[in-house]
Design a binder for this molecule. Structure first.
Ligand SMILES: Nc1ncnc2c1ncn2[C@@H]1O[C@H](COP(=O)(O)OP(=O)(O)O)[C@@H](O)[C@H]1O
Ligand SMILES: [Mg+2]
Length: 460
């Protein structure tokens, strides 16, 4: 029992401590002012939207809402009612939040601040995700449902796809394996007037030539020994009024290249072993991870077909060319697999740092597969030590060639920077850095200043 005569010592909490408390709150804390400008957000922001607090603070909250980071917005009802509002929200990374907004009014009764608190729903399995606007269950087939991005490069690719979706021209999507070529092909189809028609996909690399030919063009009755008596309808015919997606188009043989050219030019084809031409109305989207232009130069791919396919040319950047996507995608895949496996794994900052610096040769597919494995195999928090050894080494030994700088000077500057900052951190003085790197002390001091090591220390 406390002694009632003894006054309790008030505990002073410093600004730093308060900051720590807020940033370590597992809930998101989000504060807007009377003009709906974001004045504060804690670290949970990054987990929920893939955005750092610094990218968010100072912006108008409705602007971010309109960019689609979460839905619905709790702001209009709070400002309208000036009372506490609670609602369920979904983030574009697939998280589900229970959000409460508490308005703080000034003496005149106007809103001074709104303190918003968002908690992640943990028990994903028992919940049905509803679309905030319609109240209907969210449509996993919505065109943009599986397209996560936070990079300008990728945003402009998506914008371009939206624009060209409505025309019927053939599209060639080029990009490394795992960058999202199949996802974009689906997006273009879903945004096109053919969306009610079929989207049929064939991976041209996965099937032997003869089989590929009959899969694509079908065959006539008794076309070859063993062929079915009734013949077979090919994908080109089945895709009538829809879209045919030819994945790995760089792998098709010269014979099929010629037949494909006819389909694109004349909208007609002859089934294997058949006599009559058949008409079709299809749009072709082709994809490849090879450099088709080089293949044309080396006479491995028909030039005329190349130009026919290439009417609309889309290049998807690799993940290392859009590093801003790494963190949002990490959380997107984490949410996805947490939900799928009914768990609630977290991810450490050290792991995120390694992810950001890693070169991802297998692009999004590698990231996705890795996160699935980690969600299943680690307990509660995905730590750097859970990552495969080669990833840690790759990240440590990341040389300029990994990020392919455009110019030699950039590459040299990068090496110089790494050497100078590492030496300065370790040795701590310009003299020792100069000795170690065998340069003059003046030069050492200049370089240390240049790369942000220190600006104050005199060179001598
Ligand atoms: N923008 C994106 N947002 C979320 N997931 C993506 C995105 N792009 C690709 N993916 C996922 O990454 C994986 C690889 O994409 P995919 O389209 O199959 O690549 P590609 O066809 O270029 O090899 C797939 O599981 C896909 O769902
Ligand atoms: Mg693919």
């Amino acid at each position: 029992m406390s002694n009632p005569t003894q006054p309790i010592e008030p505990i002073q909490i410093s600004h730093d401590t308060l900051q720590k408390i807020l940033d370590n709150s597992s809930d998101e804390i989000f504060v807007v002012d009377g003009s709906q400008r974001i004045v504060y957000v804690n670290h949970a922001c990054e987990r929920h939207y893939g955005l750092k607090p610094a990218e968010v603070i100072g912006r108008n909250t409705m602007e971010l809402f309109e960019e689609g980071y979460w839905t619905p917005s709790i702001i209009p009802p709070v400002f309208e009612r000036k009372k506490t509002v609670t609602m369920k929200q979904t983030t574009y990374l697939g998280g589900e939040l229970i959000t409460t907004a508490v308005p703080i009014l000034n003496q005149a009764g106007d809103i001074e601040l709104v303190v918003i608190n968002s908690k992640e729903l943990q028990n994903y399995k028992s919940l049905e995700i509803k679309d905030a606007q319609t109240g209907q269950p969210a449509d996993p087939d919505a065109p943009e449902a599986n397209l996560i991005t936070n990079s300008e490069k990728m945003e402009s690719v998506i914008k371009f796809c939206k624009k060209i979706a409505s025309v019927d021209s053939t599209v060639l999507i080029q990009g490394e394996s795992g960058t999202g070529k199949s996802v974009l092909a689906k997006y273009i189809h879903k945004m096109s007037r053919r969306k009610k028609g079929p989207l049929l996909t064939i991976n041209c690399a996965a099937i032997p030539e003869e089989l590929l030919e009959s899969e694509l063009f079908g065959y006539a009755q008794g076309a070859f020994t063993g062929a079915s008596k009734t013949g077979k309808v090919g994908l080109i015919e089945s895709a009538d009024n829809g879209t045919l997606f030819l994945d790995e188009v760089g792998e098709i043989s010269p014979k099929i290249q010629a037949k494909l050219l006819q389909v694109i030019q004349d909208h007609e084809f002859i089934p294997v072993g058949g006599r009559e031409t058949k008409k079709v109305d299809i749009r072709i989207i082709a994809a490849t991870n090879r450099n088709l232009y080089d293949m044309v130069q080396n006479r491995q791919f028909r030039e005329d077909l190349y130009y026919r396919l290439n009417v609309i040319d889309i290049k998807i950047p690799s993940l290392r060319e859009r590093t801003k996507d790494i963190i949002p995608l990490t959380y997107y895949f984490l949410h996805k697999f947490n939900k799928q496996y009914g768990v609630n794994q977290l991810i450490s900052q050290a792991t995120l740092d390694i992810f950001s610096a890693y070169s991802w040769p297998g692009n999004l597919r590698q990231l996705e597969n890795l996160i699935e494995k980690l969600v299943v195999t680690t307990d509660s928090v995905i730590e750097a030590s859970d990552l495969p050894e080669h990833m840690l080494q790759h990240t440590k030994a990341r040389t300029p060639s990994a990020s392919l700088p455009a110019a030699l000077d950039d590459a040299l500057a990068e090496v110089e920077k790494q050497l100078v900052t590492a030496a300065y951190q370790k040795l701590g003085s310009t003299r020792r850095v100069a000795e170690h790197l065998q340069i003059s002390q003046t030069k050492a001091a200049r370089l240390i200043r240049k790369y942000g090591g220190s600006s104050g220390e005199p060179p001598y």
